[in-house]
Design a protein around this ligand. Structure first.
Ligand SMILES: [Zn+2]
Ligand SMILES: [Zn+2]
Length: 492
C-alpha cells in the first residue's frame, strides 16, 4: 500500500475513534424527566382499554412493505412519500411500520381471530416511522396508540370509539378538544359522488396544486383534504359527500349523530374531512385541540374501514378504529399543565456504617422489599451524616441505621423521623416493627386528613351562611330602596 494511502487510513481510523455519537436525524431520546407524562398517558390508556374490554396486541416494527401499499394505499403521502422502506440481506422488501391499522388486520387474519366472538377488540401502542421532514415537535419516530374493533357494523361502535378518545383526553385534563366529523360513503354511493366531484374539479383544474392535479386521476376524494390555500378555496364550494350518501350510509351516519347526542358529545360536521388514507368508509373523525392563541392542532382521529379486511385477503368484515399521537398528547399535557404520574415513594431509609454493616444492610434491604415495604438506600455513601440528609430529602418516615456495633450485635437503630425518637431493635424483629410503625403513621395521616376535611366543610358552611345573610341584607336594602323610590315617585 502506498505510504499516502496508509496515512489516510490511519487518519480515518483516528477520526472514527474520536466520533461522538448522536441520535440519527428525526430520532430522539425520551429522557427520565419527561417520563412521568408518558407514564401517566400509558396508565390512562390502559385503564380505558380495561374499561371497554380491549385486549392488548403487540405488533412488530418491521412488516412487509406491500401490507401498507395495499392497505393504507400506494397513493397516500404516508406510503408514497414517507415510508422507511428497505431490502433485508435476504432480499425481502420490508418497511418500518408507518401506522398500526394494517398490522392489526394482518394479525387478525394470520391468527384466525375471525372465528372469535365479534367484535374482536384490540389495542396497541408503540413507535411508528415516517420519513418526513423533521420539525419542532415532529419526529420521524413517533408514538401512537390505537383501538380497533373488527366484525361489527353498528354505528354504536363508532360512537363508542369517539367516547373512549374523549374520555382519554378528559382523564389527561386536555381541554378545548373538538370533534370533527364526516361520512365519506361506501362502494355503493361513492362512485357516483366521485363522478360529480371530478366534473366539478375538472372545471377548476387550473386552480389546483400539482399534487391535486394528480390526485384528480388517482384519488379525487383526497383533493378535499389538501392543505394548499388555492385548493381549499376551490374545495369550499365542491359537492359534499354527506349530500350524496346511499340510504344505508345515511342511516348509519344519522344514528351515529343520535348516539353522540345521547352521550352529549358535541361535534363539528366538516364536509372536507376525508382522512388521507385509502381504507376509510362511512364515518371519519378527527380531534383538534385549540391552544390559548387559537391555533388548532390535531391529536388523532379514525373512522370506519369496512373493506380493509377483504382488501388484505380476508372475508367481508366491517371494522372501526382510531389512533392518537402520543407525543402530541404529551405536549398537550405539558401545555395544559396536567398533573403527571407520581410513583410511590419509599417511606423507609436504610443507612449503614462500615463494611460488615453494609453486608447486613444488603440482606435487610432485600427482606424489606420482599414483604412489600419500599426502601431507599445509598450504599455507595459511607458518611452517616450525608445518608441521613438524603433520608430527610426523600421525606422518609423511618430510618434504620446499622453501624459497626449493631452489625456485630445483630441489631439496628430504628429512628422515627416524625417523633424523633429512636430505639435499638433486634434484626429478626425489625420487619414486624417497621410494619407496625408505618401502619400507625398511615392511620395518623388518615385521621389528620379527615379532620382537615371536616374543618374545611365547617368553614364552607359558615361562609355560605354568611353569604346568604349578606345577600338577604342586600335584598332588604334593594327592597327598601325600591319602596322609597316608589314612595318618592308617588309623592311627585
Ligand atoms: Zn353508501
Ligand atoms: Zn392541492
Amino acid at each position: 500500500m502506498p505510504r499516502k494511502k496508509q496515512e489516510n487510513k490511519k487518519k480515518n481510523l483516528k477520526r472514527q475513534k474520536k466520533k461522538r455519537f448522536q441520535t440519527v436525524r428525526g430520532m430522539r431520546d425520551i429522557l427520565p424527566n419527561e417520563q412521568p407524562y408518558w407514564q401517566k398517558l400509558r396508565k390512562v390508556i390502559e385503564k380505558i382499554a380495561v374499561d371497554y374490554n380491549y385486549n392488548r396486541i403487540d405488533l412488530p416494527l418491521i412488516e412487509d412493505v406491500d401490507l401498507f401499499k395495499r392497505g393504507t394505499g400506494e397513493e397516500t403521502d404516508i406510503v408514497s412519500k414517507e415510508i422507511y422502506e428497505f431490502k433485508t440481506k435476504g432480499g425481502e422488501k420490508v418497511c418500518l411500520r408507518p401506522e398500526g391499522t394494517p398490522s392489526v388486520v394482518r394479525a387478525y387474519l394470520q391468527h384466525g381471530m375471525r372465528i372469535a366472538p365479534k367484535p374482536v377488540k384490540l389495542s396497541y401502542s408503540g413507535p411508528m416511522y415516517r420519513y418526513d421532514r423533521p420539525q419542532e415537535g415532529r419526529y420521524r419516530e413517533f408514538f401512537q396508540f390505537g383501538f380497533e374493533a373488527l366484525g361489527e357494523q353498528d354505528a354504536v361502535l363508532d360512537a363508542q370509539m369517539i367516547q373512549m378518545a374523549m374520555r382519554i383526553f378528559k382523564a389527561l385534563k386536555i381541554h378545548n378538544v373538538t370533534l370533527h366529523l364526516n361520512s365519506i360513503g361506501c362502494d355503493e354511493c361513492r362512485p357516483s359522488y366521485n363522478k360529480l366531484l371530478i366534473s366539478y374539479l375538472n372545471n377548476r383544474k387550473s386552480s389546483l396544486c400539482m399534487d391535486c392535479k394528480r390526485r384528480l386521476k388517482t384519488n379525487p376524494l383526497r383533493v378535499l383534504d389538501c392543505k394548499e390555500e388555492k385548493c381549499t378555496q376551490v374545495v369550499s364550494q365542491a359537492p359534499q359527500t354527506v349530500d350524496h350518501l346511499c340510504s344505508d350510509c345515511k342511516t348509519h351516519f344519522t344514528s351515529l349523530l343520535e348516539y353522540l347526542d345521547e352521550i352529549q358529545i358535541p361535534y363539528l360536521l366538516r364536509p372536507q374531512l376525508v382522512r388521507g388514507l385509502d381504507y376509510y368508509t362511512k364515518t371519519v373523525f378527527e380531534f383538534f385541540m385549540e391552544d390559548d392563541l387559537g391555533n388548532q392542532s390535531a391529536l388523532g382521529g379514525g373512522g370506519r374501514y369496512d373493506y380493509l379486511v377483504r382488501k388484505l385477503g380476508g372475508p367481508d368484515t366491517p371494522a372501526v378504529g382510531f389512533a392518537c399521537g402520543m407525543d402530541r398528547l404529551v405536549n398537550a399535557m405539558k401545555s395544559q399543565k396536567t398533573d403527571t404520574y407520581q410513583p410511590p415513594t419509599p417511606k423507609v431509609y436504610l443507612a449503614q456504617l462500615g463494611d460488615v454493616a453494609k453486608k447486613k444492610s444488603l440482606r435487610i434491604f432485600e427482606e424489606l422489599e420482599r414483604t412489600g415495604i419500599m426502601v431507599a438506600e445509598s450504599f455507595g455513601r459511607g458518611n452517616l451524616r450525608s445518608q441521613l440528609s438524603q433520608a430527610n430529602k426523600i421525606k422518609a418516615e423511618i430510618v434504620l441505621i446499622i453501624g459497626q456495633r449493631e452489625a456485630l450485635d445483630g441489631t439496628a437503630i430504628l429512628k422515627d423521623m416524625n417523633s424523633g425518637g429512636q430505639e435499638t431493635i433486634p434484626l429478626d424483629k425489625i420487619i414486624k416493627e417497621v410494619k407496625k410503625r408505618l401502619h400507625k403513621n398511615a392511620e395518623m395521616i388518615k385521621k389528620i386528613i379527615k379532620q382537615k376535611a371536616a374543618q374545611k366543610k365547617k368553614r364552607k358552611t359558615k361562609n355560605t351562611r354568611k353569604k346568604i345573610q349578606l345577600k338577604a341584607k342586600k335584598n332588604i336594602h334593594k327592597k327598601t330602596k325600591k319602596s322609597i323610590k316608589k314612595k318618592v315617585s308617588r309623592k311627585k
